[in-house]
Write a protein that binds this ligand. Structure first.
Ligand code: ADP
Ligand code: MG
Length: 349
């Protein structure tokens, strides 16, 4: 959900229709596409009931705009931006949707030992990846320490009662950044919109996250490919059938800037206060919801290959990791991930 011109962000490819089946009689899906949250969204529907289509495009756009209006930090007038500007410690009302995101993010944050931290905003801004761009992209140790002092999940409290939901900061200048889970949330919400209209065969993607249900127009599983981590090649590392699940990839090779020949990632390690700098190049997670998948991938990415493997095994997560090696890349998947695989790159098999 970060805004970068000229940087390709998709690390998942959508392969509907190229499933090796003869290309005859393949009905075209209904589709809607556009820009949201600094990235692209896509909705594909196979065999939609006729009654489901009138106004669907507008409903999709309206809902995405509403989601963005709650959780974006890139616009001043969103609910989240208002919360971030507020310099007090009184609980502030938020929507049920935001409460969902925050509670998932806090839970995953705790399970990753704070590697995934939605209060990371001051550090993201400091390194030049947030809306508050700063002129120098090489902060010094003092600036990093200052920003780190404003970060920490222990300073954020979610209050949920039958009367409503509130968010409270115990540090007046805490800055919440939901960028890393916004895409997943928007997808789940779109899926709910489609289901309400009786649509049961669809693919929804926002940025680097995807959710599919039912069969594609060619009566095959919707196929999603995890891309090989090279800049130009469009090679598939693995192809999965999501079987109604959500998938999300976090990668260090798609969204970065170069400084003195070194790649600076937009994913920040809250422990060091610096962009991640290790050999794990992408973490892909499949989970029951896209929000869940989108929350875990960033945390795993921060942790690096070994700790990410341990966490995936401990939590029983469906995870696919691509790690840079001396002469290329190595891949690893958890047992839960393998049940979704349709085909794999021969070299890794
Ligand atoms: P990717 O798809 O590359 O993982 P996302 O847009 O999903 O990217 O998430 C990256 C964004 O998440 C960053 O631009 C930043 O706003 C935020 N972020 C960076 N580091 C962390 C972190 N440790 N925990 C939570 N959010 C982070
Ligand atoms: Mg994510």
């Amino acid at each position: 959900m970060t805004r970068f011109s000229g940087v390709v962000m998709a690390t998942l490819m959508l392969l509907w229709g190229c499933d090796g089946a003869p290309a005859v009689d393949q009905a075209q899906p209904w589709r809607a596409e556009g820009k949201i949250m600094g990235t692209y969204y896509r909705v594909l529907v196979a065999s939609p009931p006729a009654a489901a289509l009138p106004g669907l495009n507008e409903a999709i756009e309206r809902q995405l705009a509403q989601d963005n209006h709650q959780i974006s930090t890139w616009q001043d007038d969103t609910i989240l931006s208002r919360f971030n500007r507020y310099r007090g410690t009184e609980p502030q009302p938020i929507t049920a949707g935001m409460a969902d995101i925050v509670s998932t993010a806090l839970r995953i944050g705790a399970k990753t030992g704070g590697a995934m931290d939605i209060t990371i905003g001051p550090l993201v801004n400091l390194w030049g990846f947030g809306p508050e761009k700063q002129p120098s992209m090489t902060p010094d140790a003092r600036q990093i320490a200052n920003a780190r002092a404003r970060v920490g999940l222990e300073h954020l409290r979610l209050i949920e009662t039958d009367k409503g939901q509130w968010l409270q900061k115990t540090l007046p200048d805490l800055y919440v950044d939901l960028s890393t889970v916004g895409e997943g949330y928007a997808i789940d919400h779109l899926a709910a919109l489609l289901e309400q209209r009786g649509i049961t065969r669809y693919l929804v993607s926002v940025g680097g996250a995807v959710l599919t249900r039912g069969l594609s127009p060619s009566q095959q599983p919707w196929r999603v490919a995890i891309q090989h981590p090279t800049d130009e090649a469009v090679a598939a590392e693995a192809i999965v059938d999501l079987q109604g699940h959500g998938i999300s990839t976090s990668g260090s090779y798609r969204n970065y800037y170069e400084l003195n020949g070194k790649r600076i990632s937009h994913i920040i390690d809250p422990v060091t206060g610096r962009p991640i700098d290790h050999k794990l190049v992408s973490a892909t997670v499949i989970a029951t919801t896209a929000l869940e998948a989108d929350g875990w991938d960033t945390g795993l990415m921060v942790l690096g290959t070994e700790k990410a493997k341990q966490l995936a095994l401990r939590e029983g997560l469906a995870v696919f990791l691509i790690t840079k090696s001396d002469n290329g890349f190595t891949t690893w998947m958890s047992p839960q991930f393998s049940s979704f695989i349709i085909s794999r790159n021969d070299k890794d098999a």
